[in-house]
Structures are given as C-alpha cells and as structure tokens.
Design a binder for this molecule. Structure first.
Ligand SMILES: [Zn+2]
Ligand SMILES: [Zn+2]
Length: 942
C-alpha cells in the first residue's frame, strides 16, 4: 500500500480525488478518522499538529518551591499525542505500508508536522520508504508534478520549526508564570507574556502613549472657489499650512478679484499595476473589504484546501518562472470573471509585475481553479474575487493619467488647483479595489481672468497618530520581524482574548499597559523586538544547516536566564506595581452608602464579591456567585441610574453570564426576601432603598435606635422590624440549607434537573428540611425522585433535621452521634422511652442520659417517662413472663419499645411496638389477645 499523509482531512480527500483520476474513492472510517482509498493508494489527513510539546511531569504546580518559574527554562520537554485517534490510525496504517508520502503544507510549520508524522511512522515501521511531496496548490497539475518528483523530508527546515516551538514554550511558560505569581493572579486571570506577543503589545501601548502625549497644534488653511463653464473649482493657497493666524488672515484679506491664470502645466503619470499578493499585502487588501486578519486567513485557507487558490502563507511577491500563468488564466476563464480574464488575455503586459521579496518556497497567492458564489458562499467568494482580480491586475498593463496643474494669482496671493484624468485605465479595468479617483479640470489659458466666488479660511488642528488597525499592525510586525506570516494574525487574536487590547482600531487595556510598562522598567529585552529578530535569523541559519537546533535553544536559554536575573531581583516591585496599576480595572464606581469606591474583590478559594474601599467603616457589599461559575470582571456598560460599571462572569468555554449593574442586581435579587417581612409595604420599601439598605440581613443587624432614626419609625416599630427581619433571615437560611441538601443528593440525570425538582417541591410547600423530614414519600416521587432516592433522602433528612434540633436543644455532638447511631433520631423518642432503654441502646451512663432526657422533654414541653421503681419493674416483668411465649429475651426487646408490664402492652399500638422492638406485629397481637383473654376470664370469675 502507498500511504499519503496530508495535513488535514479535507486535503486528504482532495488529494485522493485528484490522484485517483476518476477512479472510485472508497472512504473508510476508523474511530471517526476517515481514509480515502483507490487502487493500492490510501490517503489520510492529520489535524495539523497531532502531538504537542510539554514539560515533563512535575512542572504543572505553579506554586512549587522546587520547580520555580525560572526552572522552566531548562526543563526537559516531551512530545505528547494530542489527537490520539489519528496517531493510532496512522501507526496502524504505517505497519502495512510499503511506501509513505508526506504531503503536508509546504512551509516550516508543514515540514514540522510532516516530521512529527515521520517519527510516529518510524516508531512502528523502521524500514518503510518515506518521501515528501511539495506543492503550492491542491490542483491536478501541481499534485501530479509533486508526486512524480518527491524528495526527502527537509529535516533542517523541520528543526527550525522545532526550535521555535521549544523556545516559545520556554519563554511563554516561564515568563507568564513569573509575572502572574508576582502579581498574585491565577486561574482565568493569569498575565500571559510571550516572545512575539509582548513586543507586539508594546507597539500598541507605545502608540497609545504617543496619542496621550500628543499636543494638538492649530493651523490655518486658505482656499477659494472659482467658476469656469458652470463648474465650481477649488484652489488652495500655495503657502499650505499657516502656523500663525495673522499671516493667514493677511493673505485672506489680500485675496481680491480678479483671479488670473498665471501658468498651466500638463503632463502624464504612469500608474503601475500592483505586485502579486504575499500574505501581508493580501491581509491588508482584505481588510479594505472589511475582513479581520484572522477571518481573512481562515477563508483563504479554506479556499486553498478546496483547490480554489494557492497556499496563502507566503512571503513571495515574485511569480517563479515555473508557474504556468497561461494555464491559470485558462482555468479561471470558466469562472464568473470570464470577461475580465479575456480582457487580461487580450491586453497582457509583457512581463508580470513583481514585488520586492522573492523566496523559493511558495509562489505569491494566486487563483488555482474556477469557483462560483453558489459553490462557496458570499464571504469566500468576495475573497476569491479579490485574489482573482489581483492576479489579473498583475498581468495587466500599467494605467496612464493625464495631470494638470493650474497656478492663479489674486491680489498678489498665489493659489493652485490640480486635476487628474485616467486616459489609459489599464489594470484598473480588472481591479476596482484601488482608491485612485479622477479629478477632471476644464481647459485654462494663461492670462485668463476668473471670478472669485468665495474665500475660505479654515482653522484646523494637527491630529495625533492613529491607533493600529489589525492589518496595519501585521504590516508593522512584518517590518520588525515579529512572528511569521503564519502566526502574526494569531498573536493579535491572542492579545484580544487575553484582554490586553480591545476595540477596532486596537487600544491597550489597563492590564495590557500595566504588564508592558512594568516589564519595560525591569526587563525591557522582553518588550523589544531585537531578541525575536535574532531568533528569526538563527532559524534561518538552522534551515540552511549552518547551526543546530540545540545550539540555538541554548543561546535562547542563556538570554532568558539573563532576563530572569533582572526579574527575580525586582519581583516584589513588579508585583506591587502591576497590582497597583490593575486594581482600577475592578473598580465599579461610587459606593451608594458612603461615596467611597466599590470594586470587585477576588478572594482565595474562588470566592468573590463587591466591596467598598472604606471597609470596615463602610460595610456595603454585594455577594457574587462563586468564581467557578465565572470569574467576575468589569465591563464598559454603565448603569444610567446608579452610574456603576456592569459586572460579567466569564468562564472558559462557556457563554459569559451578565450580572449587569451590581446595584440593580442587588436590589432585584433581594426584592422577594424583603417582601417576606410581614410589616413590609411599598412605602417602607421605598424608604429602605432611599437609606441604601438593600438586604434583610442589614435590617436584622441594625440597632433599633439607628433604624428608627434612619427610617423615621417609632422605637417599637423599629424593634419589631428587626425581629421580623431576623426570622425572615432564619427562614431564608433554612431554605438555602434545604436546597443545598437536595442538590448534594440528587444525582444529575438526563432529562431531569435538580432545579426542576426543587421548584416542584416549592409548589408543594416543601422548602425547608423540617418539611422534607416529614414529607410524604409519594409526594417526593411525584416531584421526580426515584424510589431509592426518596427512601434515602427521607431517612437522611430526618437525621439531619432532628440532629440539628437535638443540637439546638443542647445535646453535645459526641452524644448526639451515639443517639443517631442507635436510631434515636426523633426528639419525641426521648420522652417516650425509659431512660434505662436509652442507656442500653447508646452505652452512655444513666446520669448523662437522664440529663439529656430532661433537656429534650423540657424543650418539647412533654413529661419524661417516669423512672420505674425497682419493685414495680419486678412486678411488671413477672406479669409479662406469665403470658405464654414471652421470654426474658423478649422482655428486653419490649422494654426498648417502652413496654414494661401487661397494662402498657395491652394499650400499645401493635405496629408501633413491633417497629420499636423488632418483634413481629403478629406476635405482639398474639400477646395482646392472650392478655385480653386472661382479663375477660378474670372478669367472669368475679
Ligand atoms: Zn461604602
Ligand atoms: Zn443600576
């Protein structure tokens, strides 16, 4: 079998379709991974990298004293499969193959992905022939050529990729960990630092600082309107910007009719056709059409995979001689751009245009086959059209403009007007995306006199430099050698997702700025592009086999150690600095109670809340759900009513949970519980809000004096309100306890949520543990619980509820445990069992048990079972033994159920006795019948 390994599933399928030349392709699925076979050939697609490098075990604990952030620099790494199913299928196929061709993308990353596949194959089949096919477009012509001219894998190129991977991991992991720990940030809130990321962020921060430092300067511009053959023409003063108003004003005042033409200069200007697309110029052009960099790359990759365009990651702006331009024109003639293709064919320039960069890896981006809007969708088609038209433009003739410059004089002041007319449109015919506009002026003759319609003196201000758009930033990164054509847009996306930058155009957030400014102060090599540029040149040396991967990594390690020397020496300062600067990002606005500042606070153990800067003087706070439901962050929305920033809970992989204005949220979520206070009414509720009291707890905690004063109530009324609030609070506490109890015990099952059961129970009136302990089993089942669950929950609810009750009554925890273990779960049982029985069941002394019985019975307001005098106990025992079938052992059991003589046995309920004593109901009934019979006989005898 000949196995072909492609970079992705979709390219594996396309390769099979093309190389199969019309043969039937058999698709097989193995653990969800597809293979495509024809004849003796099978293709399989990877998912880009199927392994990833990570540190060996032991480095995952951030707070380890042994494995410090610095230790990550020299930590050993291993390759771990990330796509296990693909890896195992690849190895399974490799064992059976006689030849394996690596057909991953043709660049550094693709070579590394190919090398990863190579290593996986070699691990299971050391002898199989492995070769490499390189192509720049997934088209019949390219593939046929590539598969008949296969070469070896380029290990030097792959090593360059590996070096970059290792260095990125080492820099990113060690610095991110160091800075995050220093600033005491963890979880979702870590501060990432990266080799390319940080210098890029620095550019954005620097630009922002330049904008802030910019002082606008006033200037004045002078222009006039004249008219010729009914057309209005604007002419500008030749002085350009006036920096002094008096000079501008003077020129303005001197401008008097007539306006005389003093010179007419006409000429022509060549307008060169644009050069072929490399990745960066493509992204810039796509940005003009409204595509973000990441989106533009995603669509281009899709188009490549489907054979519509060539590989979109390229630095090349010169078509290689091997590229069959005529063939491409012929191919895309069948697309909706037939007319433009034919125009280009008919007007073809002698030599296609060329840019400044020529490299040997890929040709510039060009179309590879015809596509239609119906086949690929609107967005993809707009991108496809851009690539097609750019290609056509590079083969089209230059355009020619006729230029005209007129000079005027009016009262000694000079003015000028310029015009441009496209006389040979050239490439503009096929490429309508350029901004060149015609400005056609009428004919003028020297000495001609014209009227002045209006003279305008404009006051203007110099503008600060503009913020970076994504495409502008990508251009800047390229100029500075930051990142590669494949990674630049990903780096920007990362800065956005890390909340370091926001908006379009990009501006830094408070955190982004804090991190960069702190790093600049203490280890500026991390923020400068120099180190990354050095690495790029080292990578080039690895590719050319002039240096080894190990050597380059070692140098990078040394560099990073030097950075850590500075960083570690300043750890405290850096941490405090970042914390201080970023504290503001959690501020929400003015405290409604004291006017201090309220802010989101994150505590250890995932708890978070909103508190006041004046704490403990001001106790205002708002509870927030635990951070496991989402890390609380501030958003830019501001509540109109309360002038507070909104709060949002963010969690990886989940939709954010908007809390909104924290105060609106607080008022809304406490409305119901406040309404539970019996004396609450609308007027009182409004008064309470006006006094910035938001919760029942705040009322319950108040003193009658302060509350009476704040709410303008009598002392008695205030006292009552406080007591009412206290009992509502207790009720709320009991309810939440009951909800927690249920949630812990209800196993999540498909189609059933604990929330739903809780709602049903609420409708049934069961909201507290006491209700649950006494609930009817049938009701619980009706609410959606299974038989087993009902039984378990009822039993546990009883134990929990009565356990609490007994604890409240004053039974110490140690004793309580013993009672509960002996089945004494209901306080009532203390009052209807003889003390001796309780002693026997629990193994505690009589004095102790008696003390507990007294406590419980006093609490329940019930008489305790009287202690039976020894004599009467003996008498009762004798009576019972006289009944047929009753033995000493049974008397023992009966006494546990409170039966001490025949009278109490006769009057007792047989079922209850049976349950408490463990003797069968039938037996008890038999005894009772025997006693009754004896009694009846005795009566007759009388
Ligand atoms: Zn406050
Ligand atoms: Zn609000």
């Amino acid at each position: 079998m000949h196995l072909i390994v492609a970079e992705k599933n979709i390219s594996a399928r396309r390769i099979a379709e093309i190389l199969g030349h019309g043969k039937r392709i058999v698709e097989n699925k193995d653990a969800g991974v597809s293979t495509y076979s024809f004849g003796e050939t099978t293709t399989v697609g990877l998912r880009g990298h199927v392994v990833e490098i990570d540190f060996v075990e032991g480095y995952s604990n951030w707070r380890s004293a042994e494995y410090t952030p610095r230790s990550l620099i020299d930590a050993k790494t291993i390759k771990i499969p990330t796509e296990k199913k693909i890896v195992s299928l690849l190895q399974k196929l490799a064992k059976k193959a006689e030849r394996i061709t690596i057909a991953t993308d043709f660049d550094t990353e693709g070579e590394l992905i190919g090398k990863e596949a190579y290593e996986l194959v070699r691990a299971v089949n050391p002898k199989v022939i492995i070769d490499r096919a390189r192509f720049s477009a997934i088209t019949s012509q390219e593939l046929t050529h590539a598969f008949s001219h296969t070469t070896d894998l380029d290990f030097a190129l792959a090593a360059a990729g590996e070096a970059r991977q290792s260095i990125d991991l080492m820099w990113g992991a060690s610095l991110t960990r160091f800075i995050s720990l220093a600033a005491r940030r963890g979880g979702q809130n870590i501060l990432s630092v990266g080799r390319v990321q940080s210098p890029t962020l620095t550019m954005i921060v620097d630009r922002e600082k330049a904008i802030e430092a910019f002082v606008p300067e006033k200037y004045w511009q002078l222009s006039l309107d004249t008219e010729k053959s009914g057309e209005l023409i604007e002419a500008r003063h030749t002085h350009g910007r006036f920096h002094e108003k008096p000079a501008a004003q003077l020129a303005h005042d001197r401008t008097k009719a007539p306006l005389v033409v003093t010179d007419v200069k006409s000429g022509t200007k060549q307008d060169r056709a644009p050069s072929p697309f490399d990745t960066t110029s493509y992204i810039v052009a796509a940005a003009h059409l409204g595509f973000s960099a990441a989106n533009a790359m995603r669509i281009a990759e899709d188009l490549y995979m489907n054979g519509y365009i060539s590989y979109p990651r390229t630095d090349n702006t010169v078509y290689p001689p091997s590229l069959n331009l005529d063939g491409i024109l012929k191919d895309i003639r069948n697309s909706p751009f037939k007319k433009d293709v034919e125009w280009t064919m008919a007007n073809r320039r002698a030599v296609p245009t060329r840019g400044k960069k020529s490299s040997t890896d890929h040709p510039p981006i060009h179309p590879a086959g015809p596509a239609t809007r119906e086949a690929i969708g609107d967005d993809a088609f707009r991108i496809y059209e851009l690539v097609v038209r750019r290609f056509l433009a590079t083969l089209s003739p230059d355009a020619l403009w006729k230029t005209l410059k007129i000079l005027f004089v009016a009262g000694g002041e000079e003015y000028t007007a310029t015009g441009g007319q496209l006389i040979e449109p050239g490439w503009h015919v096929v490429y309508p995306f350029s901004e060149a506009k015609e400005r056609i002026l009428p004919e003028f003759v020297v000495g001609e006199r014209l009227p002045i319609k209006k003279v305008t003196l404009d006051e203007k201000e110099t503008q600060p430099p503009a913020r970076f758009t994504q495409s502008k930033l990508i251009q800047m990164m390229e100029e500075l050698g930051l990142g590669t054509k494949s990674t630049r847009h990903e780096v920007i996306a990362k800065l956005v997702s890390r909340k370091y930058v926001e908006g379009t155009p990009l501006r830094p957030t408070l955190v982004g700025r804090a991190v960069i400014e702190s790093l600049e102060q203490h280890a500026d090599m991390i923020t400068k592009p120099d180190m990354t540029q050095t690495l790029e040149s080292h990578m080039q040396q690895i590719k050319e086999s002039n240096r080894t991967r190990e050597d380059v990594i070692k140098e990078s390690q040394k560099m990073l150690h030097r950075a850590f020397d500075q960083l570690e020496a300043n750890e405290l300062v850096i941490g405090e600095d970042i914390r201080g600067r970023t504290a503001e990002e959690m501020n929400l606005g003015k405290c409604p109670v004291c006017g201090g500042t309220i802010a989101i606070k994150h505590m250890r153990g995932n708890s978070q809340f909103i508190g006041c800067s004046q704490y403990p003087t001001c106790g205002f706070n708002i509870g927030l759900p635990n951070a496991q439901w989402g890390f609380a962050v501030r958003t830019d929305d501001i509540c109109e009513k309360h002038k507070l920033n909104s709060v949002r809970l963010v969690r990886k992989g989940a939709r954010p949970w908007d809390i909104g204005c924290p105060l609106c949220h607080q008022i809304g979520s406490n409305k119901e519980s406040l309404a539970e206070i019996p004396s609450m009414n609308e007027k009182l509720a409004a008064k309470i809000l006006a006094q910035h009291i938001y919760t029942v707890a705040e009322i319950a905690r108040s003193t009658p004096e302060t509350l009476a004063k704040r709410l303008d109530l009598s002392l008695d009324a205030a006292q009552k309100l406080i007591i009412d609030a206290g009992s509502v609070l207790d009720k709320l506490r009991r309810r939440s306890e009951c909800r927690k109890f249920m949630r812990e015990r209800l196993v999540p099952r498909k189609g059933r949520s604990s929330a739903k059961i809780l709602t049903t129970l609420k409708e049934m009136g069961i909201t507290e543990l006491s209700g649950l302990a006494h609930a009817d089993a049938a009701m619980l089942k009706k609410a959606g619980m299974s038989d087993a669950e009902t039984e378990q929950i009822l039993a546990e609810a009883k134990i929990t509820y009565y356990g609490q009750k007994l604890k409240e009554i004053g039974i110490p925890a140690v004793s309580l445990k013993k009672y509960l273990a002996a089945g004494i779960t209901d306080p009532e049982m203390f009052c209807n069992r003889p003390t001796a029985t309780l002693c026997k069941l629990t193994g505690m002394s009589e004095a102790t048990v008696q003390r507990h019985v007294d406590l419980v019975c006093t609490f329940l307001n019930k008489p305790a079972v009287k202690k039976i005098p020894k004599a009467s106990a003996q008498k009762g025992k004798k009576e019972l033994l006289a009944i047929k079938g009753i033995t000493d052992a049974l008397i023992e059991k009966l006494s546990v159920a409170g039966i001490t003589n025949i009278a109490s046995l006769l009057s007792a309920d047989a079922e209850t006795v049976a349950r408490n004593s463990g003797i069968a109901t039938g037996k008890i009934k038999e005894f009772q019948a025997a006693i009754q019979k004896k009694k009846d006989t005795a009566v007759i005898q009388i």
